[in-house]
Design a protein around this ligand. Structure first.
Ligand SMILES: [Fe+2]
Ligand SMILES: [Fe+2]
Length: 249
């Protein structure tokens, strides 16, 4: 980090866009200090360089992959997915919303694109947050009910009610229709095409949009290919368990 402190913010972010996010995490918009060195910004904003470095390293740590997760029990997969939801809503999306809000129309050749993004992005965020809440309140809760029921922990009335109301095949089909959430933004930006002489601000934003799309794809794959099949197996197991119980009564 020592050699980094004397570098200009613009250079640091140009070399590694993640730096823009780390600075945002500490309340600093990189485009407000393009010509200042990191040391100057840290002094001016009362930041601890070591802390900045720790955050940068923790962001770079590889997260669990789909393959690692496949052997995990369903409750841990749900914990992982909820944690990812939290990260999207509380960290990534506010950063990107800020990047879009602060885009200066005068500095970008295509001012229409900036104006439209300012309208489109909040709509995408609204839809996405709705999707997350619905998922946690219905699908995740249902799978957890099935998981507990499969080991005998259930209340007959509420289990019966939930199995009448929900089904894994419905959730699986419905989820597929939300798999390409960023399509509107991708098409609108023509696959994140930057145009001529883009500002660093726009480069960082488009790179973050592309990375978000990739993250959302992996997230949806974990839900479609790991959570849904595990939920379906549990649902069949619980149905069979209830059938046998009804026979014996
Ligand atoms: Fe999700
Ligand atoms: Fe989802």
């Amino acid at each position: 980090m020592e050699n980094l402190v004397n570098k200009k913010i613009n250079d640091l972010v140009s070399e590694d866009y993640v730096f823009g996010y780390v600075l945002h995490y500490f309340g600093v918009s990189f485009y407000d200090y393009p010509e200042n060195t990191l040391e100057e910004v840290c002094i001016q904003r009362g930041l601890d360089v070591q802390q900045l470095q720790r955050e940068l390293e923790s962001i770079r740590k590889p997260s669990l992959t789909r393959n690692n997760l496949s052997n995990y029990p369903v409750d841990l997969i749900i914990q992982y997915l909820k944690h990812a939801h939290h990260r999207f809503i509380c960290q990534k999306l506010p950063y990107m919303a800020r990047l879009i809000e602060d885009l200066n129309e005068d500095l970008i050749p295509n001012a229409g694109l900036v104006r439209d993004l300012k309208v489109l992005f909040p709509l995408f965020v609204e839809d996405f947050i709705h999707h997350i809440h619905e998922e946690e309140d219905t699908l995740f809760k249902y799978v957890m009910t099935l998981q507990r029921a499969s080991v005998g922990d259930y209340h007959w009335g509420s289990l019966y009610y939930q199995m009448k109301k929900y089904s894994m095949s419905f959730f699986a089909l419905d989820h597929h229709s939300h798999d390409d959430e960023m399509r509107g933004i991708r098409e609108f930006t023509r696959d994140y095409e930057l145009g001529k002489n883009p500002t660093l601000h726009l480069q960082v934003l488009f790179s973050e949009l592309e990375a978000l799309e990739e993250d959302l794809k992996v997230h949806a794959q974990i839900e479609d290919e790991l959570l849904m099949p595990k939920g379906l197996r549990l649902e069949n197991l619980v149905k069979e368990m209830l059938r046998r119980q009804a026979k014996n009564n």
